[in-house]
Design a protein around this ligand. Structure first.
Ligand SMILES: Nc1ncnc2c1ncn2[C@@H]1O[C@H](COP(=O)(O)OP(=O)(O)OP(=O)(O)O)[C@@H](O)[C@H]1O
Ligand SMILES: [Zn+2]
Ligand SMILES: [Zn+2]
Length: 803
């Protein structure tokens, strides 16, 4: 009986969002299993696809096409991850293929090459003129020699065929090496036959004698380092059959050349010990429990994670630790590598695609048992999971903005259930959603109220910038802030200064007519970048020169507004000429390794001040930082987002937590125009619980999460009225299936209504229990498949941003 493979093909559209049946040719029967990638004919093309199941019957009526080739020798997705992909597609309204691809390193995505092939029936003249004697040439080469129109005509006449090839881009790095094949006696016999002048060969034979009998291949590099012979000598010797020349696969090690100091587990504080005991018990007994570890900054949460991981490893289990991308600092990496060394694999965007692929394979082959990584590492192919840890669980970067719009926290919970293992959600400022679940008893709440060794929390002073403005004309620094920084300079201590970039931009405005330069594609002002001396759109990437005259009134009184880190740095240099300043923002960290270099310099006291954006707020642990300054605490408070207060509170608490982590006392200065705002006042008192209660009351009054679930629907089109029409149509479609209790906000144009030449309209559904909603949304997805030109619909479950 023919075996049939159910295949999800590499076409992200609604029509193809289901398995297609293919016959497995007899030659491949034993080689194909679910989770493997295959090449299949699809329409006129060949595509890559994933086998999701194997059966022996098909509901398809015609003759099934056959699988062309198998890409993998072993499945790249195991049973768990295949199931997860299906759940992910359903719960996030995404295409199944997009989910499968998201779970794998990007190099494993297929790339397609288009070629032109000569048909046997073709005019012989064509063979010489266009194909120059070859049977098949790249499409681009063909179009260089003739027009695409002509090619299509030739195709119609069945003289040529246009073919798509599936390329595997994932390359392993191979090294040449030798495998010893001769015994000691054989080596000595060979040596005896050498002429006296063959000194190099004698050296090599001596070496081969020393490694005779070894069954592992030795890289040429290693041989050359050990004996004074040349590659030429090795090549000749290989030809003579003195050993076997082999290719050795080598992992690209992103941390090669870094020495990480080995660390030992610390003696735990009472609070830490209680947490580790409780969680490790759940690891041991394979209990699928969720622990919310709510610990003040510097309470030693990381040490708890490390010791639980260690307990899991002792039981032969593996561990997955997720951290936000920007917190994946070298400091964090070193802490985990320092404890578990080679057993750790890293997955984050700082790695090259090749390095990521190699780290992924180390995990898949069970050579690494601890994975540390950012959002997509939640799909790491670990088996025998003993614990999943999510540090800074409140972070918005755990939610992906593009399809599949998943939250890594939900995926972590799903996987933990599958593996019957506990989850640790850790934060000094948990999301309201998680904290509320702990309140209800769904999660276990573990609170760490004290810093390690009872170090005091830093003292926070709030400066009202409205008063400061009366004193000085311009500038970003209050008197208190400057005095405090000067004191640190005198005492040789360090300061961390943060400029909140959220809801904030530097733009160019005409002082005569108020004209602001906007992006031609998007409904947003362009941002000034001094490093490239240009104006850039942060949404579509449009870039143009800094204007010298106003495009509207031709005045020369063009001025820069807003504050960028570069401008603050310049100001600081003027105010404190002796201070050594390091700046950390998107511009200074673009190059690979730049992030690490800046932090190393700061750690070695090569600078007095670290000035940066939000990226300095998390995870840094430097003992000599005794001052944290926040230049603008409230720029995000004005955003039309019900989470604005929560974000502000979290950011202030996190950044304040960088001060006074070791023996020296820490202080924090927060500059704001809203000194009385509860988010700022409660952050000042390090009062998370107070904030939680206050904010929950407001969320209750406003019918917002966590009291309600939310869904964001967006429709976009190049023509504004079509986008608007669509969103109203969707509302009318949804209203009848919703109960009286559901609340619809909008439809409205999005806050930034036009991006990349498309207009966006949105609506938000708030609900508690709507049994028919999922089915209707799935239907909407099916009916409105995305096309490049037409209407695009997106459905975002529990969005973290509404603007
Ligand atoms: N039991 C311990 N004994 C001594 N020092 C400890 C202990 N546990 C942690 N530390 C140290 O205390 C400091 C703070 O710990 P850690 O960074 O783990 O805190 P955290 O809770 O993760 O903080 P944050 O949320 O601010 O990142 C670190 O320098 C860490 O090495
Ligand atoms: Zn733009
Ligand atoms: Zn003007």
């Amino acid at each position: 009986m023919t075996q049939i493979a159910e295949v999800i093909v590499d076409v992200p559209t609604m029509q193809t969002n289901r398995p297609f049946d293919y016959a497995i040719p007899a030659s491949l029967t034993k080689q194909i299993s679910p989770g493997m990638r295959v090449v299949v004919p699809f329409g006129k093309r060949q595509l890559q696809g994933f086998v999701v199941a194997i059966t022996d019957q098909s509901s398809f009526e015609g003759t099934l096409k056959e699988i062309v080739a198998v890409v993998d020798l072993r499945p790249v997705l195991n049973h768990e991850l295949l199931q997860l992909s299906q759940w992910l597609a359903q719960s996030t309204f995404a295409f199944w293929i997009s989910c499968l691809q998201t779970m794998l390193p990007s190099v494993m995505k297929a790339s397609y090459e288009k070629t032109v092939r000569l048909e046997p029936t073709a005019d012989p003249k064509l063979a010489t003129e266009l194909f120059q004697g070859k049977q098949e040439i790249p499409f681009s080469e063909a179009t260089n020699l003739t027009s695409a129109h002509k090619l299509l005509q030739l195709q119609k006449e069945q003289q040529v065929e246009i073919v798509y090839h599936v390329n595997n881009r994932a390359h392993k790095k191979m090294l040449k090496g030798l495998l010893p094949t001769k015994s000691v006696a054989e080596c000595e016999a060979l040596k005896a036959n050498l002429t006296k002048s063959a000194k190099k060969q004698a050296l090599l034979l001596a070496y081969l004698t020393s490694v005779a009998g070894q069954t592992e291949a030795i890289a040429y590099q290693q041989v050359l380092a050990a004996v004074a012979v040349s590659r030429e000598t090795l090549r000749t010797a290989a030809k003579k059959g003195w050993f076997k020349e082999v290719a050795i696969e080598q992992y690209r090690d992103p941390y090669a050349g870094h020495t990480v100091e080995h660390t030992r587990p610390r003696v735990l504080t009472a609070e830490q010990a209680a947490a580790v005991t409780q969680i490790s018990q759940a690891v041991k007994e394979s209990q699928n429990e969720v622990y919310l570890v709510e610990g003040v900054t510097g309470s030693g949460k990381t040490e708890i994670y490390l010791q639980v991981i260690q307990d899991a490893l002792k039981l032969g289990k593996t561990a997955l630790m997720l951290v936000p991308e920007i917190a994946l600092t070298p400091q964090m990496v070193n802490r985990v590598k320092g404890r578990f060394g080679e057993r750790v694999a890293m997955l984050h965007s700082g790695l090259s695609t090749g390095e990521r692929y190699d780290e992924w394979r180390r995990i898949e082959r069970q050579e690494a048992q601890v994975v540390v990584g950012a959002r997509s590492a939640v799909f790491a192919p670990l088996s025998h999971l003993g614990v999943i840890i999510m540090d800074e669980e409140h972070e918005t970067s755990y939610k992906q903005d593009d399809m599949p719009r998943y939250n890594a926290r939900d995926v972590a919970l799903w996987r933990a259930k599958y593996h019957n293992c506990p989850v640790i959600l850790g934060s000094a400022t948990p999301s309201l959603e998680s904290r509320a679940r702990a309140q209800k008893g769904v999660y276990h709440l573990i609170r760490l109220k004290h810093r390690v060794n009872d170090r005091p929390m830093p003292e926070v002073t709030v400066v009202d910038m409205k008063n400061e403005l009366k004193k000085t004309t311009e500038g970003n620094f209050s008197e208190l802030m400057l005095t405090q920084i000067r004191q640190r300079l005198i005492r040789h201590e360090q300061s961390v200064l943060m400029l909140n970039r959220r809801g904030f931009s530097s733009f160019v405005m005409c002082r005569d007519c108020g004209f602001v330069l906007k992006c031609p594609n998007c409904d947003i002002s362009l941002t000034l970048h001094m490093d490239t001396h240009s104006m850039k759109c942060h949404y579509c990437g449009h870039e143009e020169a800094i204007p010298k005259v106003c495009a509207n009134c031709h005045s020369h009184k063009i001025r820069y507004y807003g504050t960028g880190t570069q401008k603050v740095e310049a100001e600081l240099k003027e105010l404190l000429p002796t201070a050594r300043i390091l700046r950390m923002d998107i511009d200074t960290t673009r190059r690979k390794g730049a992030h690490e270099k800046i932090l190393n310099q700061f750690g070695q006291h090569d600078a007095d001040i670290l000035l940066g954006t939000q990226m300095i707020a998390k995870g840094l642990d430097f003992p000599d930082v005794t001052l944290v300054g926040v230049l603008n605490a409230d720029t995000a408070l004005g955003l039309p987002d019900f989470r604005a207060s929560e974000r502000t509170f979290q950011l202030l608490t996190q950044v304040s937590g960088r001060a006074g982590r070791a023996d020296k006392k820490g202080e924090v200065v927060v500059q704001t125009y809203n000194p009385e705002h509860y988010a700022i006042q409660l952050a000042r008192h390090h009062d998370y619980e107070g904030f939680y209660k206050r904010e929950m009351t407001l969320r209750h009054q406003g019918n917002y999460p966590p009291y309600y679930f939310t869904i964001l629907l967006t429709a976009s089109h190049e023509e504004e009225n079509l986008a608007a029409k669509k969103i109203f149509q969707l509302m009318n479609q949804l209203k009848p299936v919703l109960s009286q209790k559901a609340i619809i906000l909008g439809p409205t144009p999005r806050a930034i209504a036009r991006v990349n030449r498309r207009y966006y309209y949105q609506m938000v559904i708030k609900y508690k229990n709507e049994p028919n909603l999922n089915a209707e949304l799935t239907k909407i997805m099916q009916d409105n498949q995305e096309t490049k030109k037409g209407i695009q619909i997106s459905i975002d479950r529990e969005p973290l941003s509404f603007i």
